[in-house]
Design a binder for this molecule. Structure first.
Ligand code: MN3
Length: 235
């Protein structure tokens, strides 16, 4: 199957606009912000089989994800949101319209999700493993708590491994396209690992068996990206 590419060009006027002064220092921005860009999927649609099937990946990326991104960009058009990193937008999401919250969340959450997965699973870093042991008791306890959050989220949403401002790891679940960076979240923190439990993420292959999809997620986790996010968040 041919991999589809989406090339997004943000206007140079938007790129040249200044970052809003009062918000510039309040969120971690490891990479220089160069506008909201829809990233390529970092692997082929069929790369995560048998755990996630090619048709699901293709529809998820080209239809659902493209939809969130396109609608977010349309809603942000003409506003300073175009030059504001998502982390800073989420920190004040309660002051934004629903369309920004839902589609901006969808845009950002999936970006994490695509990068969270890989056909070539690496090893969890010693530091992250130690933090998980410390904050959850053991890797098994963490997996159980994360799995429970994903399996019991009512309706559509996400489950997360996140890290709070004191450096403590926690598991959370958010509805719809919310995430733990949003000021409306029950608990705030930087997401390190997220699983999409909307039915569109698994229904073609797993039908109503969300638990099986969640259990299989452990086979496709890209620990390198989780490790990197952990290190960046710890500073
Ligand atoms: Mn989705």
């Amino acid at each position: 199957m041919e991999r589809r590419k989406f090339i997004t060009v943000l206007g140079t006027a938007a790129l040249a606009a200044p970052v809003i002064g009062s918000m510039a220092a309040c969120a971690p921005t490891p990479k220089k912000f160069e506008g909201h860009v829809m990233p390529d999927l970092p692997y082929d649609f069929n790369a995560l089989e048998p755990y996630i099937d090619a048709q699901t990946m293709e529809l998820h990326y080209t239809k659902h994800y493209n939809g969130y991104y396109t609608k977010f960009m349309a809603a942000a058009e003409g506003t300073d949101l175009l030059t504001t990193p998502m982390e800073q937008i989420f920190a004040k999401i309660s002051s934004q319209p629903e369309g920004i919250r839902n589609n901006g969340g969808g845009y950002y959450n999936h970006m994490l999700f695509w990068e969270n997965m890989t056909p070539n699973q690496g090893e969890i870093s010693k530091d992250l493993k130690a933090a998980i042991d410390n904050d959850f008791g053991s890797m098994d306890s963490f997996k159980e708590e994360f799995g429970k959050a994903a399996k019991t989220r009512f309706g559509s949403g996400w489950a997360w491994l996140a890290i709070d401002s004191s450096g403590k790891l926690f598991v959370a679940s958010t509805p719809n396209q919310d995430n733990t960076l949003m000021d409306i979240a029950e608990k705030n923190g930087t997401p390190l690992l997220g699983i999409d439990v909307w039915e569109h993420a698994y229904y073609l292959h797993y039908q109503n068996r969300r638990a099986e999809y969640v259990d299989n997620f452990w086979n496709v986790i890209n620990w390198e990206t989780v490790n990197n996010r952990f290190l960046a968040a710890k500073g």
